[in-house]
Design a protein around this ligand. Structure first.
Ligand SMILES: [Zn+2]
Length: 307
């Protein structure tokens, strides 16, 4: 293949979109997010055959262009490797494609590098629960309200939270079983020590130190198709485009950050201390902490980090 491929593999909420956007600042790096959305099988099953358009440009993207889509359609492309080739052939400036498709590589895929983002399990669970709050009968977008209602009706929800912890445990076990050589990237600790985790990632990828600029990734648009919207909103905001007015973005705007690199501390609002205690005693949660090598105690209050 004419380009190198970095595959980001992890469950939802692991921080893959922000990581990809940060890698997109590297010269020659192109982060396309969920590239599997261009495959014939996905389009036919989930999109009635239609292509997902670029989150940043909309339908008139120079990368996910109508010309590329026509070719993908005519050739009935159903393998990621072919999408990478066709994209790279049109854009010789791309030397590394970062694919955040997240699922474990299929046997016919052969990415040059695999990066597995992790976060402390309470952060993964907080995002999972918050995004499914309506299924918990919680009809509020406010994090504190979700936290209060979750605490008040914990007995009712305990089993669902345990199931979610089991889901993350199974995902990461499968990933580590299939991607033994992968580079683990702790996305919730990546800002520490001057973004040391990014320096280690650069070393793993064999690129020069300082290639990635996580602190101001919004200056370089990522032409993503799918994934967490917040990094995309940040980029649109930085380029003067309008962004939605919703509590989620307001929360992120106010959360601790180092530049564009936001710290995910939703768990502090979604899980009050009694809920955290209850979660800490779930066996699946404990096994997940052990697998990901995190202390079972919830992380210290993150607002102490300089912003
Ligand atoms: Zn675009």
């Amino acid at each position: 293949m004419s380009v190198s491929v970095v595959k980001i593999v992890g469950p939802s909420y692991c921080g893959s979109t922000a990581l990809g956007c940060a890698m997109n600042t590297g010269e020659g790096f192109f982060f396309g997010s969920e590239i599997y959305r261009q495959l014939k099988k996905f389009r036919e099953e989930a999109k009635d055959g239609r292509f997902s358009s670029c989150d940043f440009c909309g339908p008139s993207c120079e990368y996910w262009s109508s010309d590329l889509h026509a070719t993908l359609r005519n050739l009935e492309v159903d393998s990621l490797a072919e999408v990478y080739e066709l994209l790279a052939a049109r854009h010789p400036e791309i030397t590394v494609i970062v694919d955040g498709s997240k699922s474990t590589p299929l046997p016919d895929e052969n990415p040059d590098f695999i990066v597995v983002p992790t976060k402390h399990p309470v952060r993964l669970l907080a995002s999972h629960i918050y995004n499914r709050r309506t299924r918990f009968g919680i009809d509020s977008e406010q994090l504190n309200v979700v936290g209060q209602l979750l605490e008040e009706s914990w007995d009712e929800h305990q089993r669902t939270v345990a199931r979610a912890a089991n889901g993350f445990l199974k995902s990461y076990r499968d990933i580590f079983a299939l991607c033994a050589e992968a580079h683990v990237f702790r996305s919730d600790e990546a800002h520490k020590d001057g973004f040391q985790a990014f320096r280690e990632l650069e070393e793993y990828l064999g690129v020069s130190r300082g290639t990635f600029d996580p602190e101001s990734f919004s200056r370089v648009p990522s032409h993503t198709i799918g994934g967490n919207r917040v990094p995309i909103w940040l980029t649109k905001n930085a380029s003067g485009q309008s962004i939605p007015n919703n509590p989620r973005f307001e929360y992120y705007s106010s959360s601790s950050s180092l530049g564009d690199w936001k710290l995910d501390d939703k768990f502090e609002h979604v899980f009050r201390p009694p809920t955290l205690d209850a979660i800490s005693s779930l066996p699946a949660y404990q096994a997940l902490c052990e697998l990901l090598d995190y202390d079972a105690r919830p992380p210290a209050h993150s607002r102490s980090i300089p912003s």
